[in-house]
Design a protein around this ligand. Sequence first.
Ligand code: FAD
Length: 310
Amino acid sequence: PYDVLVVGGGPAGAAAAIYAARKGIRTGVVAERFGGQVLDTMAIENFISVEHTEGPKLAAALEQHVRHYDVDVMNLQRADALVPASTPEGLVEVKLANGASLKSKSVILSTGARWRQMNVPGEEQYRNKGVAYCPHCDGPLFKGKRVAVVGGGNSGAEAAIDLAGIVSHVTLLEFDGKLRADEVLQRKLRSLPNVTVHVNAQTTEVTGDGNKVTGLVYKDRVGGDSHRVELEGIFVQIGLLPNTEWLKGTVALTPRGEIVIDDRGQTSVPGVFAAGDATTVPYKQIVIAMGAGSTAALGAFDHLIRTSAP
Ligand code: FAD
């Protein structure tokens, strides 16, 4: 069996694997797609100490760093069930979609999350070419330009307030008849001269010139007519979905599906730790996921030295 089995090969999982392997203990990583969300990212300018890098380049560096240690990397494998240990010293089991089963004294869950998409024409084509999902990451790329934020919940309102300080104008589009964001955020939004809010607005298309976004089209759900907004960027803020469907019923999750962890990454199941975008950690970012992965590995190591026979 493994001492530490990491499920997920994004920044959190890579950090966890490196921290575990450096303790000289038997470490494995199972990943559906090693690199995670970083693979889908173009410019990364907030990976501290590296002014600029690109997603695929960072993903390759993550894998190379992990493989520098004696870690079993099982890429292109999806976990589909977790079976808790039957005793405190027992083994936790991770079942894979291919029918295999892996056993480990401790497990670190770092399966990340995915942004909910609008699923309208143009969104996929212009992803990273004007269509963005992370204001902390890509906001500065739109300095002085016009953007839209799609989604009027707390993340949409926060994104609009954040972006209003960087870009020239923000159009916030909410599908529903009213914003769902906290009142304090709505008040702040209304006080900003360069933010326009449209409710009952259903985004129906992202338009572009073949290379980049030039606008969007939304339908007024009350009047029924369509409107075009000329702009350079669109931030989609309609939800971040944790990849935790396979853990329902075994590990405590929040109503939004985030794995509940304590400040050492411990979940509700003994010997099972978690890190990164799949968890309740506030703010979903690469450096934060890496820090959390390191914390979870050290938490797991602490657990091992307290429960394993010498
Ligand atoms: P992820 O990166 O999501 O990795 C999850 C891993 O788990 C993957 O290997 C996945 O294949 C695997 N997995 C999922 N389910 C299973 C399963 N059942 N079995 C096995 N493996 C599984 N952050 C920044 O800091 N700066 C940026 O500039 C930036 N830009 C971004 C741009 C885009 C387009 C996106 C989508 C995100 C961006 N982010 C950025 C956010 C950043 O990518 C995430 O915060 C970070 O990748 C989270 O790391 P993670 O390891 O928790 O999860």
